[in-house]
Design a protein around this ligand. Structure first.
Ligand code: PMP
Length: 397
């Protein structure tokens, strides 16, 4: 019956977690999966989130379906966070925002919408990118290409190649962009570089689709949204997918959002309707609990301030781990420049390790990274950083 069905080999990142779980060595360290762990190696429960959870638990309430577009208080919180509460596109009602099943759900609904209404358009992801970008856009029917991005020679961006590529694309090409904390490299564009890229997008009439999954982990909540706000200000036909999985530590609640900035309120209403239609045909309506929690945190000034300080504490812990790794490596592997560990932003780092070195780390030291050399810096903590840094130094010698 199912002999013709293709075998699914599994997701490489999730498969690596299974191998890690089976590893019996006590010193093992998981730097493969993209999850923020605290200084004790645990997934945090944010205090801001915990307070809301406590209130909800002590006053149980019915759980009706949410509308297709999600909870209104949540949707406006998403808009304020992404665009800033007084952004003209927001006050003029030109942004269509729906609640989605995580950032992944936002990418899926956005991709379905774009492929349906711009069937000739191709989509382009950065080389490299989060693997599922390609999967989701191909799943929506897009032909997906890559644009030049990471430069291993400089551990920076191939900026000239990237802009020349964008400048050669046909109208309505969809560009999936990382506004901050690029996954997997940790290498971001500067505001000046964004200005140049956005100008090309405007000139060539391309469609920017900004996927923000780590807001607050790079600079701060506002500066991480620089590219989003600038694109909206320039009147570009911007799509934004956002995720609270990491910065609210609410992975399993699947809290995300999809926003489209439109030229007029009338067009925003039309797009909003199509987003609802798309949702209706996939899963009808999103889940309620995580959205209540997120909306409460975002919309209560005291909780928002607490949350902001918690996000910045996560950011600062990641930065401290980058510095710690740098210090050991700079001392132990002379003659090699490790500045990039400090310059990269967000949870991830392209370490520059070769696949052979990554395998040695796994086999000899039980330190798990992706074969690409991507490390999740948030898997480092005071108890394991010395061990990991020494293991890196050993394989780099
Ligand atoms: N985009 C990027 C760049 C990501 O790193 C992730 C999460 N790994 C997502 C989207 C998906 O977010 P979510 O887990 O909320 O679906």
């Amino acid at each position: 019956m199912y002999r013709h069905v293709e075998f699914y080999a599994g997701d490489p990142i999730l498969s690596l977690v299974e191998v890690y779980n089976r590893d019996t060595r006590a010193e093992k360290v998981n730097l493969g999966i993209g999850i923020y762990f605290d200084s004790e190696g645990k997934m945090p429960v944010l205090e801001s989130v915990g307070r809301v959870e406590h209130d909800l638990a002590t006053s149980p309430r019915p759980c009706p379906y949410l509308p297709m577009e999600g909870l209104a208080a949540y949707r406006s919180a998403v808009q304020n966070l992404l665009f800033g509460a007084s952004h003209p596109a927001l006050t003029e009602g030109r942004i269509a925002t729906i609640q989605t099943l995580g950032g992944s759900g936002a990418l899926k609904v956005g991709a379905d919408f774009l492929h349906r209404w711009f069937p000739e358009a191709k989509a382009y992801v950065s080389d490299p990118t989060w693997d599922n970008h390609k999967g989701i856009f191909e799943g929506a029917g897009f032909e997906v290409g890559t644009y030049p991005y990471y430069d291993p020679a400089t551990v920076g961006v191939k900026f000239d190649e990237m802009t020349a590529f964008f400048d050669s694309l046909p109208e309505n090409s969809v560009l999936i962009l990382h506004p901050c904390c690029h996954n997997p490299t940790g290498v971001d564009l500067s505001p000046e570089q964004w200005d140049t890229v956005l100008e090309i997008i405007r000139k060539r009439k391309l469609i920017p689709f900004m996927d923000i999954a780590y807001q607050g982990f790079g600079g701060d909540l506002d500066s991480d949204a620089y590219a989003i706000r600038k694109a909206a200000e320039m009147g570009l036909p911007l799509f934004v997918s956002n995720s609270f999985s990491k910065n609210l530590s609410l992975y399993g609640e699947r809290v995300g959002g999809l926003s489209a900035v439109c030229p007029s309120k009338e067009e925003a209403d039309i797009v909003f309707g199509q987003f609802k239609f798309t949702v209706r045909r996939i899963y009808s309506s999103p889940a309620a609990h995580g959205a209540y929690v997120a909306a409460e945190v975002m919309n209560t000034p005291e909780l928002f301030a607490l949350w902001q300080s918690e996000v910045y504490a996560m950011r600062d812990r990641i930065r401290a781990m980058r510095q710690g790794l740098y210090d050991v490596l700079a001392a132990k592997v002379p003659g090699r420049n490790f500045d990039y560990f400090i310059k990269q932003r967000g949870m991830f780092s392209y370490t520059g390790l070769t696949v052979e070195q990554v395998h040695r780390l796994r086999d000899e030291f039980a330190v798990y990274l992706l074969d690409s050399g991507r490390m999740c810096v948030a898997g480092l903590n005071p108890a394991n950083i010395e061990y990991v840094a020494n293991a890196f130094a050993e394989v780099l010698k």
